[in-house]
Design a protein around this ligand. Structure first.
Ligand SMILES: [Fe+2]
Ligand SMILES: [Fe+2]
Length: 191
């Protein structure tokens, strides 16, 4: 049993590790070796899948609780969800381009900076406030729900879908199922 902060924090740690690895690759310059290029492509694909799921479940369960429990929750959530929407556009570029292409490296650099800023905002600004108002039992329940929801969450960014929690709860599973069928057919995320 893990509470909401542990479940989301584990995702953040995994994303941070991927960003560090991607950044190390950027510093070395564009990979010339086809195997290295492929590995970089696979890493980004994993990042797109994991991030898409993570932000979808936050939008479904975490940000609504921020709005409900904090006096300035709407402002805090609007800022966080706004960062997530911007990130989805970058993830969509990454999902379509390939390592070695100009668009790809540009989007990688932008995503590394934006994702770090977003994670710092959540962990440094929003979580301390939520820890004060979220009772431990509800934090556990939310952690369980988020962990379960991730199993059926969309694996693609869907930047043009409004991040509406009610809509995600009704349409989300259908969108996620379509994503997963596409993944199955293409072999995406099977590395
Ligand atoms: Fe987020
Ligand atoms: Fe997050």
């Amino acid at each position: 049993m893990a509470d909401v902060f542990e479940v989301l924090g584990k995702d953040h740690a995994e994303v941070r590790a991927m960003l560090t690895e991607l950044e190390a690759g950027t510093r070395k310059g564009p990979p010339a070796d086809p195997a290295e290029l492929r590995r970089r492509g696979e890493l980004v694909q994993r990042l797109v899948i994991d991030e898409s799921k993570h932000e979808a479940v936050e939008e479904e369960y975490f940000w609504p609780a921020v709005r409900e429990l904090l006096g300035d929750g709407d402002e805090l959530a609007d800022h966080g969800v706004g960062q997530e929407q911007d990130a989805k556009h970058v993830l969509a570029v990454l999902d379509k381009s390939k390592p070695g292409e100009a668009d790809f490296e540009e989007a990688v650099a932008r995503f590394i900076a934006d994702a770090r800023e977003h994670i710092s905002y959540e962990e440094g600004t929003v979580w301390p406030r939520m820890r004060q108002v979220l009772d431990p039992e509800r934090a556990q329940r939310m952690g369980d729900r988020i962990a379960a929801a991730k199993k059926h969450a969309p694996t693609r960014p869907h930047p043009n879908t409004p991040p509406n929690p009610a809509l995600l709860k009704t349409a989300g599973p259908a969108v996620a199922a379509t994503d997963r069928i596409r993944d199955l057919v293409s072999g995406r995320g099977r590395h």
